[in-house]
Write a protein that binds this ligand. Structure first.
Ligand code: ADP
Ligand code: MG
Length: 263
């Protein structure tokens, strides 16, 4: 089981879109996948077709010790399982502070289902809070979605600093799995410049797959579907399918698995 946190403290960079669509594409490739929604907004949950979620036990109940992972997980019709989130999760921040082993709640629960999954993808909230720390502590590596814009590299420096701290204090095995360029516009000179700098700093940690801006990716969540179940022929669907293939090929060959990217 490989646990990957999809993280970036900046909002609107494609974390949730990547969590849902990469989960669906890995499942379509025959992988056993669990997606964990760690954002109180619950967009990855509804985007996976899980509605009426206020009534369901959520990841929040699991984090505060009122439910087991098995009681919370839901099978989607898209081949992957979900630990759903709802607004309750916003309160978990405060309650976790009073709980023993508060940084390792998620890790401890995941250890119990290590034989059930090949991949666990964690959709992190757009903040570096205790929920995100739980996600980072439970993970083998992080996937960082980013838009190639002017401030992107500064934000990335802050994120890498945080990841190094987590690695030094809480999770010595944490690595960068990959950097993913999202909403990519090949026509923009700025995008090309930022993208080039990213490649020169992070080398093979940058996925070759580019996720284009594609309206079908933005439409699919309102139908409660990953894009491959909504419009399989769209450029967005093809891009996320390529990403899943690139990831699996990297793991099969062991490339990109050398240095952590966080030394
Ligand atoms: P985050 O989880 O990082 O806040 P989201 O995945 O929710 O970001 O994406 C922010 C918004 O941009 C959403 O409305 C989403 O549908 C849209 N979006 C994300 N990726 C793309 C893309 N490649 N093309 C078009 N729209 C996108
Ligand atoms: Mg999100």
């Amino acid at each position: 089981m490989r646990v990957l946190a999809i993280t970036n403290q900046k909002g609107g960079v494609g974390k949730t879109t990547t969590s849902v669509n990469l989960s669906a594409c890995l499942a379509a490739q025959g992988q056993r996948v669990l997606m964990i929604d760690l954002d109180p907004q619950g967009n990855a949950t509804t985007g996976s077709g899980i509605f009426k979620r206020e009534a369901l036990p959520s990841v929040y109940q699991m984090l505060i010790g009122n439910a087991t992972l098995d009681q919370v997980r839901i099978k989607t019709e898209f081949g992957y399982d979900v630990l759903p989130a709802n607004r309750e999760l916003a309160g978990a921040e405060v309650e976790l502070i009073e709980i023993d082993q508060r940084e390792t709640r998620l890790k401890a629960e995941l250890a119990k289902v290590a034989d059930d999954y090949d991949y666990v993808l964690i959709d992190c909230p757009p903040a570096l809070n205790l929920l995100t720390v739980n996600g980072l502590v439970a993970s083998n590596a992080v996937i960082i979605p980013m838009q190639c814009e002017y401030y992107a590299l500064e934000g990335l420096t802050d994120l890498v600093t945080t990841l190094r701290k987590v690695r030094a204090n809480l999770n010595p095995g944490l690595e960068i799995e990959g950097l993913l360029r999202t909403m990519y516009n090949p026509q923009s000179t700025l995008t090309q410049q930022v993208s080039g700098e990213l490649e020169s700093h992070f080398g093979e940690k940058v996925y070759a797959t580019l996720i284009p801006r594609n309206v079908r990716l933005a439409e699919a969540p309102s139908y409660g579907k990953p894009v491959i179940a909504f419009d399989r022929a769209s450029r967005g669907a093809q891009a996320y399918m390529s990403l899943a293939e690139e990831m699996l090929a990297r793991h099969a060959q062991g490339t990109g698995q050398g240095p952590s990217g966080l030394q």
